[in-house]
Design a protein around this ligand. Structure first.
Ligand SMILES: C[S@@+](CC[C@H](N)C(=O)[O-])C[C@H]1O[C@@H](n2cnc3c(N)ncnc32)[C@H](O)[C@@H]1O
Length: 943
């Protein structure tokens, strides 16, 4: 009895062909036209659902794709097929003429007969074409390239071209090279036997063909040709334009995606850290978790991910959860189940998808949490939007450390090969012997052995290989990550982050230093935010304000920032502050600080109470827990009824009141009446009980701290010394900067000038430090009104002419003037002139800008520095606030008239009430001063 061979499923058949590297024998390549090039035709009928061909080529990362796109010709670029896999972007580069069929299949968006699908075989993605309908013999195989504006799609059928005599085997089977050599002016097409293939000629065209034969047909064509040629030129222009735009968008996307992956790896690292911050999602029922965001973000782009015309056409995919459709050339494939998988799947390595595991279920629970809340579900009197126990995703992941035995070789570090994923101790040698055909390796090897280029390229390959390995470790939750510098002791992976440029793993506290000099960092993305604040690009949820998200992505990448980004109400708090005022860096700092304060409170609440989300914090029944959390974060001491950081307790109170308002408004909009009512009640509770529970003790602590503090005013002698010292220093610094403009000389002059301006004007150091370049350059330089001049004394007139006046924004948005002497102006002009040369960032808006970053010098630091250097007797008293107090006190001692006092207060930038209450010396000193004045007057017998 003959054994019946079981028919392979299409998927199994595809895997067989993938593994064997063969093609199905029933296809042939035909040259269709000069314009369209070759095409693939079937010799036998094909059944719907069958495997057709693999789109073979080299699997490259997005990063590599970006590089290749730049150097490839337009024609080569047409063979780059990018797709999404394991939440990162990949590409099959089929530009090499390797004789495979998949790469020659043409586009048809109207009635394609195949679809591209992605299969994961042996841990690698493969793109395969499957028939979506029964295909007759001699038909061209086509699939939809995706939604781009491919130039040929706009071409009217008549615009295309001539068909060739059917059945001419010589022509139809012409090898590819011959078609490439066909005269380009002559638009020539073969008849393929398929009306679809040859772009359906227009009716007139057909008539000519039938009635008059080839000669006439040629004549018609020549006229037609001119029109077509013109049209093609237009199309080409349009196509180039589109391509530029596409390339630009792609580049941005690539950068974004790389960042997403990197940050997700970091997030995974974070997930092995303290559970309290391992918060996967927004808790608002209407918002999405960051993972959701990522998925949604990409899903938007990949509208075609599951949109099959016929869901049954595809082979059974149950056996392979990572088998995802990929039928778009320019759009990405997104697995809609990604939110749960992200934690497992983010690796750039070859990790396969895990569709369900305990992690997933815990994440799912979390994302349902808000619905519980909205339905008023509560247990044991506590409303919590997440009652699930905190998850621990993985066992802790360590970073390979240096061996602690001195005897072992120092050179025992293993690197992971990018191509074969093996751990190798001599990676360069391994790459040379095993992967020299890889373009990147070949490129590196093409440089001299000791050359910098070769070293840089090999180092980059090493980092990419290690990155893949780290991603695999992160996704499996087990193993050791490889850092660029091994720590001396075993450290956990959540202390480390990957550099977004080179993908190397660095200790978080040193990452800023590396990023500053990372060789892969392009000039445009110069770091501008400072030492620890490294900007990361994460996809944002639609509901989040763009600018606020940017602020949230531009903070120290620690546990607090994770919470900020995952809590929609904290982001809303930032948004409400952002919307209120004109945006500027200073304001953004403040918003960042407020959001971080709130996140710190939430972290403390999660650690010490059952509360989990920001929304929980403003539920009336949770009030005792909130008090407990605030006390914990502000360091409350029950015995003394005082706080370690009383100001934080006070600030948190204000922020909580704001958050309650936000939650209430959001709930009203979302028709969540229970929540809206609760938030309203919280506001009442806050009004009535906050003072007794938190703020009175906090204010008490603040006042108490001032009680026995000595109120020292600067000695006039010290002030004089400082004045003189600064004048000589400024002259020296100006000379230095003129002779040798560099970061140091620029910094010195900026600092000394800043101190002079503060001292001279008795301004708040914070206000002067932030003088903007634009405020200085646009200062009013017009002559004084002659009418006003007549009212001034001779001396006043001279003074008015001598000084320049710049108006800056003071406290409570009050305008405060700053007077500048000609010397100061000369120094400032010199600073402005040398900004570029001294590496001051063009986006830095400050006059006293720090080179290389976006911030400015701080007056307080400068005061501290120069008050010591000038040899003052009491340098601690030389601060901007004390100098202001000195002036205010002296004004009283000098018995200024009421209106003079008003003018002085305005000049100092505060109203007269504040001036009287806060800026005068304490009563005791004043009395002493007054009495001594009387006394001395008395001695001089003037009373
Ligand atoms: C992946 S290649 C396909 C093989 C190609 N025909 C060849 O001969 O090498 C993609 C290129 O084929 C051409 N092409 C694909 N589909 C087409 C269509 N429907 N009409 C015209 N040209 C097409 C375009 O030039 C495109 O850049």
């Amino acid at each position: 009895m003959s054994k019946r061979r079981t028919r392979l499923s299409p998927q199994a058949e595809a895997i067989q062909f993938i593994l064997s590297g063969r093609e199905k024998p029933c296809f042939k390549v035909k040259c269709i036209s000069d314009f369209k090039g070759r095409g693939v035709f079937t010799c036998t009928p094909i059944e719907k659902g069958s495997f057709v061909a693999e789109y073979r080529g080299e699997l490259i990362s997005r990063y590599e794709l970006d590089k290749r796109q730049k150097k490839y010709t337009e024609k080569q670029n047409a063979f780059l097929f990018d797709f999404e896999w394991n939440n990162s972007a990949w590409c099959i580069d089929a530009s090499r003429e390797d004789g495979s069929l998949g790469r020659l299949v043409n586009d048809c968006h109207k009635s394609p007969n195949c679809k591209m699908r992605r299969l994961t075989v042996q841990g690698k993605p493969h793109l395969c074409l499957f028939a979506i309908e029964n295909i007759e013999a001699e038909t061209e195989i086509t699939y939809d390239y995706g939604d781009s504006q491919w130039p040929w799609r706009n071409l009217a059928p008549s615009g295309m071209i001539q068909t060739q005599h059917s059945g001419d085997p010589e022509v139809s089977e012409r090898p590819s090279s011959s078609f490439q050599q066909a005269p380009s002016g002559m638009i020539q097409t073969q008849h393929s036997g398929d009306p679809e293939v040859s772009e359906r000629p227009s009716s007139s065209f057909q008539q000519a063909n039938h009635s008059t034969g080839i000669a006439c047909f040629k004549h018609v064509l020549t006229a037609e040709q001119l029109r077509v040629k013109q049209r093609l030129q237009n199309l080409k222009r349009h196509h180039d334009c589109c391509e530029d735009r596409y390339e630009k968008a792609e580049k941005e996307r690539i950068a974004r995606e790389r960042q997403v992956t990197l940050s997700l790896v970091t997030r995974i690292n974070d997930s092995v850290g303290p559970p309290s911050v391992d918060d996967g999602g927004f808790h608002d029922g209407n918002s999405t978790s960051p993972n959701d965001q990522i998925s949604n973000d990409m899903t938007d782009e990949s509208s075609d991910a599951t949109d099959y015309d016929d869901a049954n056409y595809v082979p059974d995919s149950s056996g392979n959860s990572s088998d995802t459709s990929s039928n778009s050339r320019d759009l990405k494939i997104i697995d809609n189940h990604l939110p749960h998988k992200v934690f497992k799947e983010i690796s750039l390595g070859m990790a396969t998808a895990h569709s369900s595991d305990s992690t997933n279920s815990s994440l799912e629970q979390r994302s349902f949490s808000s619905s519980k809340m909205s339905s008023g579900h509560c247990s044991s009197g506590i409303i919590c939007s997440d009652s699930s126990s905190e998850k621990t995703l993985h066992s802790s992941i360590n970073v390979t450390s240096l061996p602690n035995t001195a005897k072992r070789s120092k050179y025992n570090k293993k690197q992971y090969c990018l191509y074969c994923s093996k751990a190798i101790s001599k990676l360069a040698r391994h790459l040379e012997s095993a992967h020299s055909t890889q373009p990147d390796v070949a490129k590196a090897l093409s440089f001299n052995k000791r050359s910098r280029e070769r070293k840089d390229l090999l180092r980059s390959l090493k980092k990419r290989g290690n990155f893949n390995h780290n991603a695999t470790v992160a996704s499996s939750g087990d193993g050791e990550m490889v850092a660029c510098r091994r720590p001396t002791r075993v450290r956990q992976s959540n202390d480390f982050s990957h550099c977004k440029f080179c993908q190397g793993l660095y200790a978080r506290d040193c990452l800023w230093r590396h990023v500053r000099n990372c060789p892969q960092k392009s000039v445009e993305v110069e770091t501008r935010v400072g030492r620890k604040r490294i900007h990361i690009d994460l996809p944002k949820a639609e509901t989040v304000h763009e600018a606020v998200w940017k602020i949230a992505c531009e903070m120290n990448q620690d546990d607090i920032s994770l919470v900020v980004r995952s809590e929609s109400d904290i982001l809303s708090l930032g948004e409400s502050m952002y919307n209120g005022r004109k945006p500027n860096e200073k304001r953004n700092d403040y918003i960042r600080q407020k959001m971080r304060e709130m996140a710190r409170l939430l972290i403390a609440a999660r650690a010490t109470t059952p509360l989990k989300t920001t929304e929980d914090l403003v539920m009336p029944s949770n009030f005792p827990h909130v008090i407990q959390a605030v006390r914990s974060v502000a360091g409350y001491d029950l015995d003394t009824n005082s706080y370690k950081t009383p100001s934080l307790a006070l600030k948190l109170g204000h922020s909580l009141a704001k958050v309650a308002g936000i939650v209430q408004c959001n709930a009203i909009i979302a028709n969540r009446n229970v929540i809206a009512e609760s938030a309203k009640q919280f506001a009442t509770l806050y009004e009535k009980r906050w003072a007794e529970s938190i703020s009175s003790a906090a204010l008490g602590t603040l006042h108490q701290a001032k009680w026995n503090k000595p109120h020292v005013l600067p000695f006039t002698q010290d002030v004089h010394l400082l004045h003189k010292f600064l004048a000589t220093e400024r002259a020296k610094c100006m000379k230095d900067l003129e002779e040798d403009p560099n970061i140091k000389s620029f910094g010195n002059l900026a600092q000394v000038t800043l101190t002079q301006v503060v001292l001279f004007n008795r301004r708040r150091q914070g206000e002067v430090s932030k003088i903007e370049l634009q405020a200085f350059t646009s200062r009013n330089r017009t002559e004084l009104n002659p009418d006003i001049m007549t009212g001034l004394t001779e001396f006043e007139r001279k003074v008015a002419k001598y000084f320049d006046r710049v108006e800056i924004r003071g406290k409570r948005s009050r305008m405060v003037p700053v007077l500048l002497t000609p010397d100061m102006i000369a120094a400032m002009d010199l600073l402005i002139k040398n900004r570029n040369e001294c590496q001051v960032h063009t986006e830095n808006v400050y006059l006293f800008a720090r080179p290389c970053v976006l911030s400015h010098y701080r007056g307080s630091d400068c005061f501290r520095k120069y008050s010591k250097q000038c040899g003052a007797k009491n340098p601690e008293s030389l601060t901007s606030t004390r100098l202001r107090k000195q002036v205010a006190t002296l004004s009283t001692v000098l018995n200024l008239k009421e209106n003079e006092m008003d003018q002085l207060a305005t000049f100092l930038g505060h109203d007269i009430r504040v001036h009287r209450e806060f800026y005068r010396l304490p009563e005791s000193t004043l009395q002493l001063a007054k009495v001594s004045k009387l006394d001395s007057n008395g001695k001089r017998k003037t009373v």
